[in-house]
Write a protein that binds this ligand. Structure first.
Ligand code: GAF
Length: 369
């Protein structure tokens, strides 16, 4: 089915927003810290047309559920459609006069693979509605509006990274984002002779599960006990750790503080043009996420170990954790070897075959036609 067949008229335009891989800086965004994601070439496409009856109608080529609602409020829509309708609600909440629209969603980004398909959906809808209703909302503000849709309409307490990546990234670059000030910079990501290999571990992840909210609450608790606005403000890690009695809070704090340092170090290396050197930081980030933040999962640990053993410069889990993908930085002439090693290790354990994707740092959301 295409748009015309479903809605009985052609769309007024087609918009697209990408998924993302976070190169480094995991679980730092909601601690007011630093992240360094890049946009994928895979993403979510929205064909859309205005309606004069005020209704938001959403359909997807990938899912059977549909939604039609004229006055969206939190709780009025559930499932995947809430991410789309929530954006209309959030735009209105922010004072932007959005009327109704018919939307048809199509995606070439695997869902549940930790590549931010939810934010891609939100951002594709956001740019479509802004264009249709002639709302010149700047990218950083639109990212906050999309994040609010996810936080307050869908009910997932995510940070600002994924929406910012989907809206603000540019081709050939990673986005350095200061999640406190909202300031960002484009950092060249020159992959000459290197490949960023995404390994979808096939263990599905869901941010709506409790683990993510639990980690966020622990970080907020640690910051409160340390008397700082957010863990980003910890300047003396040793002193902070000695003040925290709870070993769990100590581990969470150690991860966040050291991860912010790793982002800074990675940016220095990228700017110096020694991209391969970032590999060691990726692996260090993974070990910290595994041992200190405790959000890794067995398939990710095996993918990281086997990638590095087979010649990757480094590798780490991507996104919130508990499932999803790993990114490995691999000399391009070794990618076959890495794929084979990970495939064999999964087969030995009787796990579903992993999927691979060569990640190309791509442009953020925009209009296609
Ligand atoms: C998910 C969230 F949506 C992001 O905001 C971020 O916190 C990430 O997990 C962990 O770095 O993708």
């Amino acid at each position: 089915m295409n748009f015309d067949e479903i809605y009985g008229r052609p769309p007024e335009g087609v918009w697209r927003a990408p998924g993302r891989v976070n190169l480094i800086g995991e679980h730092t965004d909601y601690n007011d810290g630093f992240v360094l994601p890049f946009a994928l070439s895979q993403g979510v496409t929205v064909s859309a047309a205005r309606r004069d009856d005020g209704v938001f109608a959403v359909r997807s080529l990938q899912a059977p559920e549909t939604a039609e609602v004229s006055d969206p409020v939190p709780g009025s829509v559930t499932g995947w459609a809430a991410y789309a309708v929530g954006v209309a609600w959030s735009l209105r909440e922010a004072g932007h006069p959005v009327g109704g629209a018919s939307l048809l969603i199509d995606a070439d980004l695997p869902q549940g693979a930790g590549l931010s398909s939810s934010a891609a959906l939100e951002c594709a809808v956001a740019v479509a509605l802004c264009d249709l209703y002639d709302l010149p909302v700047p990218g950083p503000e639109l990212a906050r509006i999309a994040q609010r849709a996810e936080n307050d309409f869908v009910g997932v307490p995510c940070g600002i990274m994924d929406q910012s990546a989907s809206l603000l990234c540019t081709s050939g670059h990673a986005l350095l984002l200061d999640c406190r000030s909202g300031l960002s910079a484009q950092v060249p990501l020159d992959l000459t002779e290197l490949t960023l290999l995404v390994i979808d571990t096939r263990a599905e992840h869901e941010l709506v599960d409790g683990g993510y909210a639990d980690r966020r609450a622990a970080c907020e608790k640690a910051a409160e006990l340390l008397g700082v606005p957010a863990l980003r403000d910890v300047t003396d890690l040793g002193e902070a750790l000695s003040q925290l009695g709870d070993p769990v809070l100590r581990r969470r704090t150690q991860h966040v503080v050291t991860e912010n340092h790793r982002v800074e170090a990675a940016v220095g290396l990228l700017r110096a043009g020694v991209v391969g050197e970032v590999g060691a930081l990726l692996t260090a980030s993974h070990l910290s996420l595994r041992d200190q933040f405790e959000v890794s999962w067995p398939e990710a640990d095996v993918a990281v170990e086997e990638s590095v053993r087979a010649g990757a410069r480094g590798a780490r889990m991507v996104g919130g954790g508990f499932g999803g993908s790993v990114v490995a930085l691999v000399p391009s002439d070794r990618t076959d070897r890495v794929r084979e090693a990970v495939r064999a290790a999964y087969a030995d354990r009787g796990w579903p075959e992993p999927r691979f994707l060569d990640a190309t740092p791509s442009a953020g959301a925009g209009r296609l036609s």
